[in-house]
Design a protein around this ligand. Structure first.
Ligand code: MD3
Ligand code: FE
Length: 217
């Protein structure tokens, strides 16, 4: 009777997926920590609210951002850079919660990158329709260090290309609790996020949060 329910193919796939050389998707890896991560996120946002930054080209981003940790990524009309203080408040960025740093370090190690010690965590907030156009992350000093990302809330379609902007992109669905480690050759691959589809997440409502852990200096 109900056996078709149990026979259906899960939409999640294997727990660990190889995306490209150096890029590993750990599905659901952050789920055991979801409540701790979301509580810490609320504290961070109370001190350093999400804001939509302006690119050097003069466009306001659809994604709202904030940071925690010793350094935070920012952009304005004069360029992209990492800074110690929140330009909106003049205060240092909120501290990186131990649960954040530990998750990033352990995920990096699981992907073969030992002793990853992030000094920056960029926090992206997507509402329905928000997107991130194809780009490379090149504002960090050492491209041998990976970037670790943690997706929370609504699922997104992640676009993953190659070293050239014109390389074809593949699509990956990133859902709540998914962790990705981007190192090795994939560290400089072009990537982006398709416009977020509307929906309602049980813990986070109509939004997607992405934590990206970096070693900036
Ligand atoms: C792949 N964020 O913040 S996941 C970004 O979902 C960014 O918010 C997306 O791209 C997001 O820069 C994508 C994080 C990510 C970060 C760096 C990468 C993916 C990457 C560097 C190389 C390849
Ligand atoms: Fe990026």
């Amino acid at each position: 009777m109900t056996s078709d329910l149990f026979d259906s193919v899960p939409d999640t796939g294997p727990a660990r997926e190889h995306m490209a050389e150096g890029a590993v998707l750990l599905r659901g890896h952050a789920r055991p920590l979801e409540n701790e991560l979301i509580a810490a996120l609320h504290d961070i946002v109370a001190q350093a609210p999400f804001r939509r930054m302006v690119t050097p080209g003069g466009h306001q981003m659809s994604v709202a951002m904030t940071n925690c940790g010793p350094l935070g990524w920012t952009t304005d009309s004069s360029g992209y850079r990492y800074v110690q203080n929140d330009p909106e408040t003049g205060k240092p960025w909120p501290a990186m919660p131990p649960a954040f740093a530990q998750l990033a370090e352990r995920a990096a190690a699981a992907a073969g990158f030992n002793e990853f010690a992030p000094d920056a965590c960029l926090i992206n907030c997507y509402e329905p329709g928000a997107r991130m156009s194809l780009h490379q992350d090149r504002d960090e000093q050492d491209f041998d260090k990976p970037i670790v990302s943690v997706s929370l809330g609504l699922p997104a379609i992640f676009l993953f290309g190659g070293l050239k902007r014109s390389d074809k992109t593949r699509r990956f669905r990133l859902a709540h609790g998914d962790v990705v480690v981007w190192g090795g050759p994939s560290r400089l691959f072009f990537h982006g996020v398709a416009p977020l589809a509307d929906g309602e997440h049980v813990l986070l409502g109509r939004q997607r949060i992405n934590l990206t852990f970096r070693r900036a200096r």
